[in-house]
Ligand binder design. Structure first.
Ligand code: SAM
Length: 288
């Protein structure tokens, strides 16, 4: 019964026409129109009738519907008020879906999990608005939330940066950040033809499995050192760190690098997460 489902392009077009809806580029609105991809996203997330799901940006409810069919409960957060009457219609047959109108970056997600998703653990599944991918992932990883996995569609190039390993061109502070909090992999590569309107870039679904026991280190200091390390990608690590403005003498930085078994002459792109962690614990307190 393909055309009864929301992902049918004709159904989506008719729904949008009926409500006079116009896509907002600035809200990253590229809706899925391909049933296979929608099913694949839900399948890869390992959703079953016990699963509690948080979705970000339901659009007209295409992915939400597939989640609702497979999960126990879905809470979905949509920023665009114009989509609310549409979602009321498209999801009216599903009593396990709750829609919240708001900005995912402002919402107290912990409270949503406590009050609407039985305290979790939850899975996050979304076709993310690309203009805010990094802050959303940042918030989901940093806030110590009861999240098991995050399966989200992102721009392919961002997915590659998230999963990159030391020595690869895409490896950078985002890779270190994501790798610190989770085990990350690309689970589906997605062409731009499965969206309406078609974005300029290709996409990929990444799966982040959140690590349960994070190393007991000063995270603020760690991420500052990583940021400083990658601030001048072409420079050696010793030069990047000593020109960053930490106000630590170059010799002290050299000693800290050596104590962390890092060759001062390498570039940040060759330094592993573990080495950056060690370095951040060995360096003296940072003044910025
Ligand atoms: N899930 C739908 C689909 O796959 O067809 C729509 C995905 S579309 C890429 C992103 C959705 O996120 C849009 O509905 C957009 O309005 C919504 N959105 C954008 N910024 C948001 C934010 N800060 N918080 C919550 N939703 C947001």
């Amino acid at each position: 019964m393909e055309n009864k489902r929301l992902y049918s392009p004709t159904h989506i077009k008719n729904t949008l026409d009926k409500y006079g809806f116009r896509f907002s580029k600035s809200l990253g609105q590229n809706f899925l129109i391909d049933g296979n991809i929608v099913r694949k996203i839900v399948e890869e997330a390992g959703i079953n009738k016990e699963t509690l799901v948080l979705e970000i940006g339901p659009g007209i409810g295409t992915l939400t519907e597939e989640l609702a069919i497979n999960a126990k409960k879905v809470v979905t957060v949509e920023l665009d008020k114009k989509l609310l009457p549409i979602l009321d219609e498209t999801l009216q047959g599903y009593n396990n879906v709750e829609i919240i109108n708001g900005d995912i970056l402002d919402i107290d997600i912990n409270r949503v999990i406590e009050e609407k998703l039985s305290g979790g653990p939850i899975k996050v599944v979304a076709n993310l608005p690309y203009y805010v991918t990094t802050p959303i992932i940042g918030k989901l990883l940093e806030e110590n939330l009861n999240i098991e996995t995050i399966n989200v569609m992102v721009q392919k190039e961002v997915a590659e940066r998230m999963i990159a390993q030391p020595g690869s061109k895409s490896y950078g502070s985002l890779s270190v950040f994501v790798n610190f909090y989770s085990d990350a992999q690309i689970v589906v590569k997605v062409p731009n033809t499965v969206f309406m309107p078609k974005p300029k870039v290709d996409s990929a679904v990444i799966k982040l499995e959140l690590k349960k026991n994070l190393p007991d280190i000063d995270r603020e200091k760690f991420f500052k050192v990583v940021k400083a390390g990658f601030s001048k990608r072409r420079k050696t690590i010793i030069n990047s760190l000593s020109s960053y403005g930490f106000d630590i003498e170059k010799d002290i930085i050299r000693e800290a690098l050596e104590e962390s078994s890092i060759d001062p002459g390498v570039r940040a792109e060759n330094i592993s997460v573990e080495e950056f962690m060690k370095l951040s614990t060995v360096l003296p307190p940072l003044n910025i």
